[in-house]
Design a protein around this ligand. Structure first.
Ligand code: NDP
Ligand code: GUE
Length: 291
């Protein structure tokens, strides 16, 4: 028995085509959703993501703007750009690519984004709304993982979920979404003792660590659903956090890297931009794009 491979690439393509249909409908009413992406510095991996985001934004019919600033840009200049974007009615979504250069205060920059345009869901307001179960902008990577989990498992209610990683951009919001769907959630991290035994209890295992081949096959409960968020560049190319070749023999279902969570992250960014546009125009949330 080998695991069902959850095809994030195909899932994302399907999601983008549904988004494109809804964008066309908005355009007929004279509304074109727009996403502005801000990149500070020349990190090659970030440049790849930003280019890919821009291409897909245009493909679904949205307006796309990319603002590239040099690594030594003063923080005040970045804050001034965000202020301009906040006040530009054509801009419905703003994404500031992380990480930012060391001289910048990351939370000050993120929290200067107008919460209703915060398509990453990283501002304090959106984090608080998600944590209290209210209507928020939900971080793209966890949202994409949730969509794939629901699609594969149906209800998550009562399932044991283990999230490895407690970052603000992946681990914590992932745990919030699983909790909201009534899973029993454990968050593990670098100080967790007996990590392997905790993982073996999981019906749903989400790995967001940033270490190649970190999760071994014998940590996985037979038949479990494994979501591999990790993006690690190695001599063998791009790999996730899970020892995929072995895990695939034990898991019930697993997301590959590449072609799993990554494409869903970008599709969910477009989904959030569409949701933000609908809300800005007093329209109901688009069907099937919010949790
Ligand atoms: N596919 C996608 O769309 C995306 C992929 N990613 C990828 O996901 C991975 C995680 O990203 P991110 O959350 O930003 O990373 P962070 O580095 O912010 O967080 C990593 C987490 O892993 C934990 N960790 C590290 N070592 C261990 C260990 N030995 N045992 C248990 N836990 C450990 C850390 O624990 P502690 O808090 O104790 O330090 C931390 O909570 C990366 O590979 C990143 O590239 C990220 C965003 C989007
Ligand atoms: N403000 C902000 N929001 C983010 O969402 C954000 C960020 N900053 N900083 C960096 C991380 C990382 N991230 C990825 C998005 C897509 C892929 C992706 O599409 N990956 C492809 C492979 C791409 C490749 O070959 O490099 C895949 O997994 O199939 C990966 C990683 C978003 N992030």
């Amino acid at each position: 028995m080998t695991a069902h491979i959850i095809d994030g690439k195909a899932f994302a393509a399907n999601l983008r085509s549904r988004i494109a249909t809804q964008v066309s409908a908005l355009k007929e009413r004279g509304i074109t959703p727009g996403l502005a992406v801000v990149l500070v510095g020349e990190d090659p991996a970030s440049q790849v993501y930003v280019r890919s985001k821009g291409k897909m934004t245009v493909e679904v019919g949205m307006n796309s703007w990319q603002h590239k600033l040099p690594a030594d840009t003063p923080e005040a200049d970045l804050l001034a750009l965000i202020d301009t974007l906040n006040n530009d009615p054509a801009v419905n979504g703003i994404l500031v690519q992380l990480p930012l250069p060391g001289h910048m205060d990351e939370s000050a920059v993120i929290n200067s984004i107008a919460p209703e345009k915060d398509v990453d869901g990283f501002t304090l307001l959106n984090v608080g709304l998600l944590a209290t179960g209210q209507k928020a902008m939900v971080p793209c990577t966890p949202l994409g993982c949730l969509m794939m989990l629901r699609d594969h498992l149906g209800s998550l209610s009562g399932k044991r979920a283990v999230v490895i990683g407690r970052s603000n951009i992946v681990g914590k919001p992932m745990a919030q979404l699983l909790l909201r769907d009534s899973a029993t959630v454990t968050i593990a991290h670098s100080r967790t003792t007996d990590l392997e035994a905790i993982c073996r209890e999981a019906d749903i295992l989400v790995a967001a660590v940033g270490r190649a081949h970190f999760v071994k096959a014998d940590w996985i409960k037979p038949g479990a659903t494994v979501i591999d968020v990790g993006i690690n560049r190695t001599d063998d190319g791009l790999v996730g956090d899970v020892d995929y070749a072995e895990a695939v023999k034990v898991a019930g279902a697993i997301t590959p890297v590449p072609g799993g969570v990554g494409p869903m992250t970008i599709a969910c960014l477009l989904a959030n931009t569409l949701t933000a546009t609908a809300r800005a125009n007093g329209l109901p949330d688009p069907e099937g794009l919010t949790p």
